[in-house]
Design a protein around this ligand. Structure first.
Ligand code: NAD
Length: 480
């Protein structure tokens, strides 16, 4: 069986301890490869390589750095089928989704920052004839990048690409739950001839590898995407060390559906925003608030469409919903469905694990689930479930909808469905979220800042904001 390797100082190597963890295929529940069980010794090696590489990489002309990133983007595109299959096996997501969304977007991240860095500029401020101030933007140093399992290569590259473009070198840790595409990326970096030590990928557990990166005294910057509890822990270590910190955390995103919406468009998009990637996209809408005038019609149509979703073999073209990522995650989602029942919720459809046949009989499948009848402030409606489970709730007024939408500790994304332009903008202005989609979902221009408010995170990724994050501004004032 395949043993994944760490990528340190340009080499694909075993972990120092020579020990490995099991890597499961969620669609079958079987171990299909092994992950390095790395520790602080591997992180130290990675840091030393990154520190050494920083001297040259940080002063390499931007167009040269750009060429490396563009080469990696091209190699990702060339290996689309292989990467998509690896991501589907690692994560349980439909192959089609990996092929059309995850992997192309990972290539786009490298392409975007490979070209973006060429147009990144700093400012000069003239104090008339007394002085000139200008701002140098210098790469921060060795960046620590830690990513989750839900969009493995996409979110990994979303950090690495701007860091490398900005002139940082990187010690990165993908999720131990889905390490395969990061490993394949390291092979592509070797093929692209990326100089040794510029990017280092250390596989293993959060408590060991992640913790060693976050608490490393000479890694001055941490870019983290993952759960809010982990983010809180990371902040408690990194903040007293005065590290630059970006935290992209959990969500409990509201969808606000008004009676005057384009109904068919709303319905088909709401299917995606509810169940794409088994509901395991941080931007999925898990609380659906519907204006009472169309509530019954929506409920009937939404249930019918949800029941028709094909759940099963992620490699089958017809499959819309694959396996959830792991056994513990399946158990967590099912425990929330039980909680919903205890809180008075009515399961309108789904609610159960699915036992498939044949090679998929031990896979982690859950029926797409719709729940109604819950108070907006109960735990099911306040805590992140991160699975194919949504609640639906009627509302009468815009005020009431906003009150319920804004009631959680989270504020990542939101969706508004209405044809009333003024109302749409008013809600966008008043909703507590870093992202507001009006009459669409998941559309995004990479130049826009990305991230959440409240417990959904601090800092912004995306666009030039990410290049700002991976560089340190230094103001120089020259007396004339
Ligand atoms: P997680 O917090 O369990 O793990 C994320 C990463 O952190 C993994 O690589 C993990 O190994 C590492 N980690 C765990 N403990 C650590 C520690 N003590 N120190 C350092 N690193 C540690 O999250 P997950 O379960 O992998 O991902 C799901 C979560 O990610 C959900 O809450 C989801 O909403 C969130 N998410 C947020 C965004 C966003 O952009 N805001 C995007 C995707 C996912």
């Amino acid at each position: 069986m395949q043993h994944i390797k760490n990528y340190i100082n340009g080499q694909l190597i075993e972990p120092v301890s020579k020990t490995y963890l099991d890597n499961y295929d969620p669609s079958t529940g079987k171990v299909y490869s092994y992950i390095p069980d790395s520790d602080e010794k591997d992180v130290e090696l990675a840091y030393a390589a990154a520190k050494n590489a920083f001297k040259e990489w940080s002063i390499l002309p931007k167009d040269k750095r750009s060429q490396y990133l563009l080469k990696i983007a091209a190699l990702i595109e060339k290996n689309l089928d292989k990467l998509a299959l690896a991501e589907s096996i690692d994560n349980g997501k439909p192959l089609k989704l990996a092929k059309t969304v995850d992997i192309p977007r990972a290539a786009a991240n490298f392409h975007f920052y490979g070209t973006g860095i060429l147009h990144y500029a700093s400012h000069a401020h003239s104090m008339e004839d007394s002085a000139i101030n200008y701002t140098l933007r210098q790469p921060v140093g060795v960046a620590g990048c830690i990513s989750p399992w839900n969009l493995p290569l996409y979110l990994f590259s979303w950090k690495i690409a701007p860091a490398l473009a900005a002139g940082c070198t990187v010690v990165a840790k993908p999720s131990e739950v889905t390490p395969m595409t990061a490993y394949l990326l390291s092979e592509l970096c070797v093929e692209a001839g990326l100089p040794a030590g510029v990017l280092n990928i250390v596989h293993g557990l959060g408590g060991k590898v992640g913790n060693a990166i976050v608490s490393h005294k000479d890694i001055p910057l941490i870019s983290f995407t993952g759960g809010t509890t982990t983010g809180k822990h990371i902040a408690s270590i990194a903040a007293p060390m005065f590290k630059k910190l970006s935290l992209e955390l959990g969500g409990k995103n509201p969808n606000l559906i008004f009676a005057d919406c384009d109904y068919e468009k709303m319905l088909s998009t709401t299917m995606l925003s509810s169940f794409a990637n088994q509901g395991q996209i941080c931007l999925c809408g898990s609380r659906i608030f519907v204006e009472r005038k169309i509530y019954d019609k929506f409920k009937t149509d939404f249930i019918a469409k949800t029941k028709a979703l094909v759940v099963g073999d992620p490699r089958d073209e017809k499959t819309k919903v694959g396996a959830v990522v792991s056994k513990p995650h399946q158990e967590k989602i099912l425990s929330y469905i039980e909680l919903a029942k205890q809180e008075g919720g009515k399961i309108l459809c789904g609610g159960n694990p699915i036992k498939m046949s044949g090679e998929f009989s031990e896979g982690y499948y859950i029926e797409p689930t719709i729940i109604e009848g819950l108070n907006y402030d109960c735990r099911t409606n306040q805590e992140e479930i991160f699975g194919p489970v949504v609640t639906i709730t009627p509302f009468d007024t815009e005020e009431e909808a906003l009150k319920m939408a804004n009631s959680t500790i989270y504020g990542l994304a939101s969706v508004v469905w209405t044809q009333d332009l003024t109302k749409a903008h008013r809600i966008a202005n008043n909703i507590h979220a870093g992202i507001v989609w009006i009459n669409c979902w998941l559309l995004r221009d990479l130049r826009t800042p990305f991230g959440g408010v409240k417990a959904s995170g601090v800092g912004r990724e995306g666009g030039f904001e990410a290049l700002d994050f991976f560089t340190e501004p230094k103001n120089v004032c020259v007396k004339l």
